[in-house]
Design a protein around this ligand. Sequence first.
Ligand SMILES: NC(=O)c1ccc[n+]([C@@H]2O[C@H](COP(=O)([O-])OP(=O)(O)OC[C@H]3O[C@@H](n4cnc5c(N)ncnc54)[C@H](O)[C@@H]3O)[C@@H](O)[C@H]2O)c1
Length: 302
Amino acid sequence: MKDFRGKVAVITGAASGLGREFANTAAGLGMKLVLADVQAKALEHATEELLLGGAEVLSMVCDVSKGSHVQELADSAIARFGQVNLVFNNAGVGSGGLIWENSEQDWEWVLGVNLWGVIHGVRVFTRVMLECAARDGDFEGHIVNTASMAGLLTPPAMGVYNVSKHAVVALSETLYQDLRLVDAPIKASVLCPYFVPTGIAQSHRNRPDELAADERITPSQMAAQLLTEKAVESGKVTAADVARITFDAIRDGRFYIYSHPQALQAAEERFEAIVQGSQPADPYAATPQVTDMLRAGIKGRR
Ligand SMILES: NC(=O)c1ccc[n+]([C@@H]2O[C@H](COP(=O)([O-])OP(=O)(O)OC[C@H]3O[C@@H](n4cnc5c(N)ncnc54)[C@H](O)[C@@H]3O)[C@@H](O)[C@H]2O)c1
């Protein structure tokens, strides 16, 4: 997609962080916006700002882990704008700690948003786009799924998040292959950011009551939380940078999108170990202080 003006972008997790910046960039390019998030207040605030800037905006409180909400989002987008061209399946949350210490609720919450959110987004919006393409021979579509470098690596004390993001990479690669198989005028990309300052370390702010965390936080969960806060806060690449990099990739039709290409060294080492059949590579080999911090936290020596 080279020309964005007048086209329609759907963005989940649009009230904060990367999603908020996708909305800014899309508005700046003259796109019409469909914004979805669970945070009603923050979404209202984002919508007001974008309307003041002159964008056409439809916003909906929508929990992407629920298929019926995503279907309603798509129906509303078509009812209002008649087509959908660009979809960012971006909403996401995080939860850390040793993999056997995560509760069933942790798994349900994180997989619900990070994986089921993307499953619903792909399931619902690819069909909507195919219908748009059947009506309009010049139709162009693009779906961007937000995974993470955690979708290519397996850092310790991040198991639930890693599993969700690896699944998003697999889902996105398969989406790419399937769209190619049927010559659809729809492209796919997977965005794999490293640490970027956003609200991700405070994901618990959106955690639903029915999937509330255990009251007793384990030392490993505490250590992972502190590490995430530190890493996210100190990220030098901004959410606006990631939005710019992502739109460049959409223009170029690139599938894999990276915010920190230097972090791919660890992915190379992981794949080398897989091919060699050796033990899994250490994702923090270049930053052993991170492993030290986790170990100290788990032992209660922070
Ligand atoms: N910031 C990073 O360092 C980083 C790194 C890698 C990947 N990511 C991914 O980027 C994406 C965006 O996160 P962010 O960093 O901008 O964090 P963020 O917390 O600033 O934004 C995430 C948004 O998703 C929304 N959300 C949460 N649950 C939802 C649900 N059930 N339905 C709809 N919306 C929901 C939140 O309300 C929030 O507005 C996520 O998928 C995250 O996993 C972030």
